[in-house]
Design a protein around this ligand. Structure first.
Ligand code: NI
Length: 270
């Protein structure tokens, strides 16, 4: 699959579920013809057949290679970042929940969901926009997962899909700072994740990031009840040159840790 096709399909999947996606993109696309996507992020479970390693196979075929590993012990997550051999292609951040570290009831719940996924479903890169590949959980199951892992609860209803796209501030003509870009998005009425401050990271660390709060999505759970749950969000990122003159290529674990919380239910909203 061509990388352009891959990202086109990802955007379609993301925009369909995320009402804020098209309007936020349009806020910058209008005066920035060279607007670029800094990265997309995916979530999965460390359970067969949808492991990080199984998904990674497709990224390697698309021309990506591993850049750095990230661990989030409190959230029980392990992640890799990936860069493409062609400079300018979006980066990818792929995380995996260490299901074995959860309580036995939640391990059993997630193992049952994964039991519905045929291993053949992993054969093509369209697994990255496959969505939920198991029956809808009950509201009680969702809440049980959420009490221990917001990530697990989100994944149980959203499945495999891009969790966010990211406006590259470096690709913009205007505005040319992350703070000004955040102001533009806020002025249009979108709320930001304020955990650890709206802007995470710092120029001397090479990367500054800010993310909106996820759009709520109304879903019908297995018991027939409708509930609003967090869907997907948008991120803005600005990269700074390192000593060698190249833009910082990686991710900052502490910032990523807080950005995961853009899909938390009990978040304070600004
Ligand atoms: Ni991100």
């Amino acid at each position: 699959m061509e990388i352009q096709t891959f990202f086109h399909q990802l955007w379609q999947c993301y925009a369909e579920l995320t009402p804020q996606a098209a309007p936020i993109h349009a806020l910058f696309a209008a005066d920035n013809p060279l607007l670029q996507n800094d990265h997309v992020a995916f979530r999965t479970l460390g359970l067969q057949p949808i492991t990080l390693l199984a998904l990674e196979t497709h990224l390697l075929r698309l021309g990506y290679h591993r850049h750095a590993a990230h661990d989030f012990p409190e959230k029980k997550l392990h992640a890799w970042s990936y860069v493409h051999f062609r400079r300018g292609e979006p980066r990818i951040f792929l995380s995996e929940l260490q299901v074995g570290a959860l309580s036995p009831p939640n391990q059993a719940l997630l193992t049952a969901l994964c039991g519905h996924v045929a291993p053949e479903r992993l054969a093509e890169p369209d697994i990255f926009w496959a969505g939920r590949l198991w029956p809808m959980p009950s509201w009680a199951a969702y809440q049980q997962l959420q009490a221990e892992s917001e990530y697990a609860a989100w994944f149980s209803v959203m499945g495999l899909r891009p969790n966010h796209f990211t406006i590259s501030i470096n690709s913009l003509r205007t505005p040319n700072t992350l703070a000004a870009a955040v102001d533009r998005v806020r002025a249009a009425g979108f709320a930001f994740n304020t955990e650890g401050g709206v802007i995470k990271g710092a120029p001397h660390l090479g990367l500054e990031q800010a993310s909106t709060m996820a759009d709520p999505v109304e879903l019908i759970f297995a018991d027939g009840d409708a509930h609003q749950v967090p869907g997907c969000y948008f991120e803005l990122a600005q990269r700074y040159p390192q000593a060698n003159g190249e833009l910082y290529p990686g991710f900052i674990t502490a910032s990523a840790d807080r950005i995961f919380e853009s899909t938390h239910v009990r978040e304070a909203r600004s």
